[in-house]
Design a protein around this ligand. Structure first.
Ligand code: PMV
Length: 309
């Protein structure tokens, strides 16, 4: 059996504006992973994809390019110059909650593509994996910027601008994030669509907001490089205020953000599409447990603490 994993991710700064060509910073979250396993089947059996969490079994030959898992399988097999219907069972499963801003779809596809490359005995370059997974993101998201597949395929913090080569980086000093799920599922396709409609209706106002986000993302890169965590926290708060102006926040998100700040976080914001899903809080290492505990007590559906290195 061949097995491969891929991490979840959060967007530290810059979601939504990134769809309009502004920069964003995203980091992998290795505490929650998606996994894919490949085993050989009897000759002539064909390729079966088992999506365990979704309780679905997909025969590769029966599904076209509108099904994300079969699409990435086909693309990976073509890239590997393998026959289009190998005698393999591919099983995928994940700890990453769906529709929550943690990149569940991209992580599942990335684990699958990595497992196929490993089973074929070929190295999987992050840019190749990312390009294949991007095609499945288009099915989940409509017009994705490509940030999710990029940060997950590289498995490292990235500075990302759409249609430009990503810049993976290592922060000079580690920093800690507490991630809390509102328990509300919110498909990114819908929030991205809502922002697009609002941007079309009031282009000037929305362009100014995207530019303001771009400026704070650039300042955030400097703050990370200098290890200036109070400034990074402040920029996250500013980003949250702008996301509220883009109308992608929610009462549940703002309640958890308030709880995290009240418990000592340096800054907090929603992460990903918004209107549900996860919020993130930047904390000093010593504040991680009190902030996590306060979020649990406030009813967060899942709390994850991650250190970005
Ligand atoms: O998949 P999510 O919910 O983390 O959203 C991705 C970030 C967006 O900027 C909202 C969309 C995109 O394609 O970049």
């Amino acid at each position: 059996m061949t097995i491969a994993t891929a991490p979840g991710k959060v967007i530290l700064l810059g979601e939504h504006a990134v769809v309009y060509g502004r920069p964003a910073i995203a980091v992998p979250v290795w505490q929650v992973v998606a996994t894919a396993e490949v085993v050989d089947r009897a000759d002539g059996a064909g390729c079966l994809i088992v999506a365990r969490d979704l309780d679905r079994e997909l025969w590769l030959r029966e599904h076209d390019a509108t099904e994300p898992l079969t699409l990435v399988t086909r693309l990976a097999l073509a890239q590997l110059s393998l026959p289009p219907d190998p005698d393999w069972t591919i099983t995928v499963y994940s700890e990453i909650p769906m529709a929550s801003g943690l990149g569940s779809g991209a992580a599942l596809s990335t684990a699958l593509v990595r497992a196929l490359f490993a089973h074929a005995g070929q190295p999987a370059a992050p840019e190749t994996v990312s390009a294949i997974v991007y095609e499945s993101e288009r099915i989940y998201h409509g017009t994705p910027s490509g940030i999710d597949n990029t940060v997950i395929a590289y498995g490292a913090p990235i500075w990302f601008v759409k249609d430009q080569p990503p810049a993976p980086f290592r922060p000079p000093a580690p920093f800690t994030l507490v991630i809390a799920h509102t328990g509300v599922a919110s498909p990114t396709r819908e929030t991205v669509g809502a922002v697009r409609a609002a941007w079309q209706a009031d282009t000037k106002r929305y362009t100014a907001r995207f530019d303001a986000i771009a400026a704070l993302v650039t300042a955030g890169r400097g703050a990370i490089q200098r290890g200036d965590w109070p400034l990074l926290g402040m920029l996250m708060d500013e980003n949250q205020a702008l996301l509220e102006e883009l109308d992608v926040s929610s009462l549940e998100l703002e309640r958890l953000i308030g709880v995290a700040r009240g418990a000592g976080a340096l800054g907090a914001k929603l992460s990903g599409g918004g209107r549900g899903g996860n919020m993130i809080a930047l904390v000093d290492e010593t504040a991680a447990e009190p902030v996590a505990e306060a979020l649990r007590a406030a009813g967060a559906a899942q709390v994850v603490v991650t250190t970005v290195t």
